[in-house]
Design a protein around this ligand. Structure first.
Ligand code: IMP
Ligand code: MG
Length: 193
């Protein structure tokens, strides 16, 4: 039934309980982050590592606000198994970098930090490849859920402990196209949180 609703309503607006971060607010903050990163990396060529899939829309908007030279690289990571709204804690690299970050100023671009396990795994993995520097930029941060401490350099928004979708973030691979960050109705996720 969910599939049917989707074809009828491409933006699933009837499945969203609440818009947590409206489009204009998102866009304004992404522009600020881009300006801040540009100021911090003046004179350098940034080696961006975007984490697929969730970061792809954030990345696309963010880099259009960068005024410093940069390369875009991708890693695909899977951290969810079992229940769709809870991290399994098991992290796997599904697709690795195609270029070496050795000696480079690496900036990880991520959609959301929840337990911190994914980012903890990625940063430890990347450090073994000897980057000149390593920083993290995340659009969203759910600090209440943290299990592993991660120093974050650029954070778009701190959000409460709610499962969110849109702007690249998915539930069961859907809802990534929403132009805002929204909370799904509990009957959609099938969870009482
Ligand atoms: P962590 O390893 O628990 O920090 O989980 C990070 C990953 O889980 C993110 O890259 C997302 O793909 C996913 N994730 C965590 N919270 C949410 C959410 O609220 N909505 C959608 N995906 C989420
Ligand atoms: Mg995901």
């Amino acid at each position: 039934m969910a599939r049917k609703r989707m074809t009828e309503m491409p933006h699933h607006e009837n499945e969203i309980a609440q818009v947590l971060i409206p489009e204009e607010v998102l866009q304004a903050r992404v522009a600020e982050l881009g300006a801040q990163i540009s100021a911090d990396y003046v004179g350098r060529d940034v080696f961006i590592v975007a984490i697929l899939k969730g970061a792809f829309i954030f990345l696309a908007d963010l880099i259009r606000h960068l005024t410093v030279p940069h390369e875009i690289h991708f890693m695909a990571i899977s951290s969810y198994g079992g229940r769709a709204t809870q991290s399994s804690g098991v992290v796997r690299i599904l697709m690795d970098l195609e270029a070496s970050p050795e000696g480079r100023d690496v900036l990880i671009v991520e959609d959301i930090i929840d337990s911190g396990r994914t980012l903890d795994y990625i940063t430890r993995n990347l450090r073994t490849r000897n980057p000149a520097s390593l920083r993290i930029c995340t659009l969203l941060d759910k600090p209440e859920r943290r299990e592993v401490e991660i120093p974050l350099d650029y954070v778009g928004f701190e959000i409460p402990n709610e499962f969110v979708v849109g702007y690249g973030l998915d539930f069961d691979e859907h809802y990534r196209n929403l132009p805002y960050i929204g909370v799904l109705k509990p009957e959609v996720t099938g969870e009482e949180t």
